[in-house]
Design a protein around this ligand. Structure first.
Ligand code: NI
Length: 167
């Protein structure tokens, strides 16, 4: 078990496209996933992608913090939008501490991936769950959420924005 340091925006690894996992055993994927779980739990986040700990492999983990999203491990994930409907909502990221921004995302998606055991899984999700999957998978293509912002007036410090929008 190991909590790993999370790279912050500006780090090169966060901008590189990650490569697909080919061989679970040779690439020590089980150990990497355990480190990602430990790190996510330690940080109290809702999702983490391998490049955020400096490993440019296509692995994300999400959920497990509350009942909203079960703990899910996605290896070599693929996303297909199920409609063209877009929703705008605030997001945060462990690589941009204290900040948040309103990001447009597909409302309904299907994702498929390999799980931690190498088994194929496919799920259809919507709303917040779909948003988290899209955010985490973006990390695998070197995309951070500020790159998707269409209106920078909805980007800022969480405490300031929360105070403004909770009125
Ligand atoms: Ni993130």
């Amino acid at each position: 078990m190991a909590v790993r340091a999370i790279l912050k925006m500006g780090a090169a690894s966060l901008l590189h496209p990650s490569v697909e996992v080919q061989d679970f055993a040779k690439e020590n994927i089980a150990e990497l996933i355990q480190d990602m779980k430990d790190t996510l739990q330690h940080e109290g986040g809702i999702g983490l992608a391998a490049p955020q700990i400096g490993v440019n492999k296509r692995i994300v983990i999400l959920g497990g913090r509350d009942d909203a999203i079960p703990l899910t491990i996605l290896i070599n994930p693929k996303i297909t939008p199920l409609s063209q409907e877009i929703e705008l909502a605030f997001e945060a990221c462990l690589s941009l501490p204290d900040l948040m921004g309103a990001v447009p995302r597909y409302k309904r998606i299907q994702f498929s991936a390999l799980d931690a055991a190498g088994k194929s899984i496919t799920h259809e999700v919507e709303d917040y769950h779909a948003r988290v999957v899209q955010h985490e998978c973006d990390h695998l293509d070197g995309v951070l959420y500020p790159m998707r912002l269409e209106d920078l007036t909805y980007f800022g410090y969480r405490d300031v924005l929360m105070a403004r929008y909770s009125r």
